[in-house]
Design a protein around this ligand. Structure first.
Ligand code: NAD
Ligand code: IPM
Ligand code: MN
Length: 354
């Protein structure tokens, strides 16, 4: 198959991990006889420096014309002055809105070796296999903002249609899994959450085979640490999903392991690790590339329909997690490049065995 993939390296460790994802995709293309074209474009702080715009027109045009998008990360102290008019993160949000990718899928699976690095005791994390469906193009991220000398506002708004489409996405996903949806909100305080809860309850009637439970976000943050194995699909609004997924990621040992897929729009999906640009380790070859490599696997599965190839990458990552020297966040001493090399070797071995 032929595919046109846009690569957005971004800032900090973004270019380091994006290069790892591209290397693995190139290897898969070669082994499985596909023709992938990779075109790099600017986003975030890098795009501000070069074009004065965190999502320049050339990047927008490429996003609208491609089959899939692989992103590193954006942001960093260089562009974080609170009085700055333009910020790297605006590029990311504008891209999500432009593509209409309202469903952000963030799976969390544990591997026996890295589970030992989890801050939780092994008996608490045993059997964890869950997936977040985070609403990605609405809520407080995209509401009107005001700022004066002595106050500021961020509006949080959700329409029934915005809630319904993402909740349906969660129910469809649950049907292919353990058939349980946990809808997370703050319905004891927020009007948007009461709307969210009523829509989720109504949608659930169309899925009698799937169990729905409602959970308030504050106690959810606690339950994720006390009984994470009880969850299957967790659906929530934009900001709650942002926060809970970083929290949940460490159950697997490191934020650097978590991939994501942003889908649901009419065009290309966006694939990126859930972590940020990690300015504290940028440029030192310390970044864990596995979250991005697993995002590349999601790209193959969700945007290109190549599930055998996706499974090959996931199995290769499993092997690397079991056997290889890992990056520092996972207790190892390996560089980004060495871990990427180990994945490439494992992909090669699997492709030859197949
Ligand atoms: P972060 O995710 O960049 O880093 C948090 C911590 O996790 C740091 O200690 C970092 O070293 C570590 N870490 C993250 N990814 C890692 C990896 N792959 N391997 C090893 N360690 C890793 O969060 P932050 O420091 O709060 O944010 C830094 C910048 O990133 C901010 O400008 C923020 O806006 C941006 N950000 C961007 C995205 C994105 O592009 N999707 C996501 C989150 C944050
Ligand atoms: C993420 C990031 C972004 C978000 C920021 C950088 C805008 O934290 O992708 O999780 O909050 O969505
Ligand atoms: Mn985040």
């Amino acid at each position: 198959m032929k595919a046109n993939i846009v690569v957005l390296p971004g800032d900090g460790i973004g270019p380091e991990v994006a290069a790892a994802g591209v290397a693995v995709l190139r290897q898969v293309a070669e082994r499985f006889g596909h023709e992938f074209t990779f075109t790099e474009h600017a986003i975030g702080g890098d795009a501000i420096d070069r074009f004065g715009d965190p999502l320049p027109p050339a990047t927008r045009d490429a996003l609208l014309a491609c089959d899939a998008i692989l992103l590193g990360a954006v942001g960093g102290p260089k562009w974080s002055d609170p009085s700055a008019k333009v910020r790297p993160e605006q590029g990311l949000l504008a891209m999500r809105k432009l593509l209409g990718v309202f469903a952000n899928i963030r799976p969390l699976k544990l591997h026996p070796r890295t589970a030992e690095l989890s801050p939780l005791k092994p008996e608490r994390t045993k059997g964890v296999d869950l997936v977040f469906v985070r609403e990605l193009t609405g809520g407080i991220y995209f509401g009107a903002k005001t700022r004066s000398e002595d106050d500021a506002t961020d509006e949080c708004r959700y329409s029934v249609a915005e809630v319904e489409r993402v909740v349906r996405h969660a129910f469809e996903l649950a049907r292919s899994r353990k058939k349980k949806v946990t809808s997370v909100d703050k319905a004891n305080v927020l009007e948007t959450s009461r709307l969210w809860r009523s829509v989720a309850t109504r949608v659930a009637a169309d899925y009698p085979d799937v169990e729905l439970e409602h959970q308030l976000v504050d106690s959810m943050a606690m339950h994720l640490l006390t009984r994470p194995a009880d969850y299957d699909v967790i659906v929530t609004e934009n900001m709650f999903g942002d926060i809970l997924t970083d929290e949940a990621s460490v159950l697997a040992g490191s934020l650097g392991l978590s991939p994501s897929a942003s889908v649901g729009g009419p065009g290309a999906g966006v694939y990126e690790p859930i972590h940020g640009s990690a300015p504290d380790i940028a440029g030192q070859a310390l970044a864990n590339p596995l979250g991005t490599i697993l995002s590349a696997a999601m790209l193959l599965r969700h945007s290109l329909g190549l599930s055998d190839e996706a499974e090959t990458i996931e199995a290769a990552v499993e092997d690397v997690l079991s056997q290889a020297n890992l990056t520092r966040d996972l207790g190892g001493t390996a560089t980004t490049h060495a871990v990427t090399r180990a994945v490439l070797d494992a992909v090669q071995a699997k492709a030859e065995a197949a």
